[in-house]
Design a protein around this ligand. Structure first.
Ligand SMILES: [Zn+2]
Length: 154
């Protein structure tokens, strides 16, 4: 599994230009990785895929976080959709509740709601300084209520 460092969508590791966001990929030359700098890895997961029940979506959320941790993902982008009423709205609400719970237990490092993923937010500014790769993220400043970013690595 390999994902685009800009949008986090799954792409073939040989891909030079991402077909989703059109950005060029930086090739990780294995022999020249500086040990003091962690490789930034972004992954996007669509929790709405397959029209899950709320329970299925929450189980998937927990599984995806465990998997992403094993894959040493830095930032996991969750697509949970939104809706003022109905299942979509409940999945968004419940996913975010679960994430707050994981955050308070120290299992994840930070949670950024899509609508707050703006360079005006002080916490986001800090995040962008740590991970400048996020400056080119297609969701930045888009106030996308249907996504949540999860920072996994300290
Ligand atoms: Zn991309």
């Amino acid at each position: 599994m390999h994902s685009c460092n800009i949008c986090g969508n799954e792409i073939d590791f040989r891909t030079v230009r991402c077909p989703y966001c059109g950005n060029d990929q930086e090739i990780e030359s294995m022999g020249h990785v500086r040990p003091e700098k962690k490789i930034f890895r972004l992954k996007t997961v669509n929790l709405e895929q397959g029209l899950p029940t709320v329970e299925q979506a929450l189980n998937r959320l927990k599984n995806e976080i465990s998997t992403a941790r094993l894959e040493q993902i830095t930032v996991l982008t969750l697509i949970h959709g939104y809706g003022s009423s109905g299942k979509g709205g409940i999945i968004r609400l419940e996913c975010r509740k679960t994430l707050q719970y994981l955050l308070s237990g120290g299992e994840i490092e930070a949670v950024v709601f899509g609508e707050e993923f703006s360079h005006r937010q002080p916490s986001v500014k800090q995040l962008l300084r740590r991970f400048p790769e996020l400056l080119r993220n297609p969701h930045l400043n888009n106030h996308n209520k249907g996504i949540t970013l999860v920072v996994l690595l300290p």
